[in-house]
Design a protein around this ligand. Structure first.
Ligand code: PMP
Length: 394
């Protein structure tokens, strides 16, 4: 029903089921890119002529739209970055590095693991990992033990696992962490495309956002920083547009958010991010959640009928992504075959090698949906999977 809003689907007969990797971009977002480059291409926050002012205005409007979209308290709490990877690296290296202990979950993406290794941390040495129960459920009791043993930690946990679609109950996680005076960052890379997040209701301290997984251009994202941390978080890179006064001995920085946005930003991308959020407002999360639940259930029901399929979690508390294997078959082989049948999905470790190693697998076949997918996409996927299974049988 919503495919008509995306030129990609007019140009392509691919069944696109790789939305956890990146989403397609609506026409309004693409148009905003063309408009910026063709009609008012200028730098922001510097020059004072008409087009430069318009660029600054539209850029700042995107900040306002995102602020409202996630119900932040004020727009200074919104810092644009190039995505979740940069957001996490920024907070890890400029703020969380001073914490004795970092607590993460077992389902983290490499973007929320490797930055901690770069600080010389490893399991039990400055880094703790919350266990999971059957069905890949977050082990809240183990989390509480870790918090008790390591009060005043920095907790950095994903909201929705990109590899398995598992949703963590972040509200419960944040409130428990705060009880032990921990500071919490949430990796929200997979959140905004599927469900509403409310910064004030969650009472989260840092929340990392990916634009390109939320229908915006690539190379744009954000980090929400709760107002009370805006002064204590240090800039981790500086340069043009971050500066108040500079001489050869010292410099003073502007206030947030500008002190954190060094150099010329992805102006078109950020303006496009604002457009993508306006588009989501127009579609509405009520619709998105209804459609996705329906298609996700149908996907699961049809997958379950396939012979020798292995799942790693059931679909309770999961959203967007469904991961599986077929007994005795290699996921890469399936990926190569369905690609020839015009099905776009991802096979592999999904940048989550530790959990794959824990489950004793090299990777999975991952189907990840968005609200523009429908039953016909699932039907075509199932036909392709059946054909691939038949070919590999012989
Ligand atoms: N965390 C998770 C859970 C993700 O799914 C991804 C992207 N696959 C990232 C972090 C990295 O996000 P970005 O591409 O915006 O840097």
């Amino acid at each position: 029903m919503f495919k008509k809003d995306f030129t990609y689907f007019e140009n392509s007969d691919i069944v696109y089921l790789d939305n956890a990797a990146t989403t397609q971009k609506p026409k309004s977002v693409v148009a905003s890119q063309v408009e910026y480059y063709e009609k008012y291409c200028a730098n922001t926050h510097r020059s004072n002529f008409g087009d430069a002012n318009k660029a600054t205005q539209n850029y700042e409007n995107a900040r306002k739209v995102l602020k409202e979209f996630i119900n932040a308290k004020n727009k200074e709490e919104i810092i644009f970055t190039k995505g979740v990877t940069e957001s996490i690296n920024f907070i890890a290296s400029s703020y969380a590095k001073d914490f004795k202990t970092i607590i993460i979950s077992s389902l983290e993406h490499h973007s929320n693991i490797v930055p901690w290794h770069l600080q010389g941390r490893s399991l039990g040495k400055g880094l703790e990992v919350v266990k999971y129960n059957k069905n890949l459920d977050f082990d809240i009791e183990h989390f509480e033990e870790l918090l008790k043993e390591n009060p005043k930690s920095f907790v950095s946990i994903t909201h929705i696992s990109n590899a398995f679609g598992k949703i963590h109950n972040i509200k419960e996680i944040i409130s428990l962490a705060h009880k032990y005076e921990a500071v919490v960052m949430i990796d929200g890379a997979q959140s905004l495309a599927h469900t509403r997040v409310d910064m004030q209701d969650l009472d989260v301290d840092f929340f990392a956002i990916s634009g390109h997984k939320t229908f915006a251009p690539t190379g744009v994202g954000a980090i929400y920083i709760k107002e009370k941390y805006l002064k204590s978080v240090k800039a981790y890179q500086t340069g043009g547009a971050t500066i108040d006064q500079v001489d050869f001995n010292s410099s003073t920085l502007l206030d947030a958010p500008y002190k954190f946005e060094a150099g010329t930003q992805n102006i078109a991308g950020i303006i496009g991010f604002g457009e993508a959020l306006e588009y989501l407002n127009h579609v509405g999360y009520e619709n998105i959640e209804l459609i996705e639940k329906d298609v996700f259930n149908y996907l699961n029901q049809e997958l379950e009928k396939l012979p020798n399929i292995i799942f790693y979690n059931d679909i309770s508390d999961s959203i967007g992504s469904r991961s599986f294997n077929f007994e005795g078959l290699i996921h890469d082989d399936i990926g190569i075959l369905v690609d020839k049948m015009k099905i776009a999905l991802r096979v592999g470790h999904h940048c989550a090698q530790p959990i794959m190693k824990d489950l004793n697998i090299k990777g999975t076949i991952r189907v990840s949906i968005s609200f523009y997918n429908d039953y016909s996409d699932v039907d075509k996927l199932i036909v392709a999977l059946k054909r691939a299974l038949k070919m590999l049988e012989n």
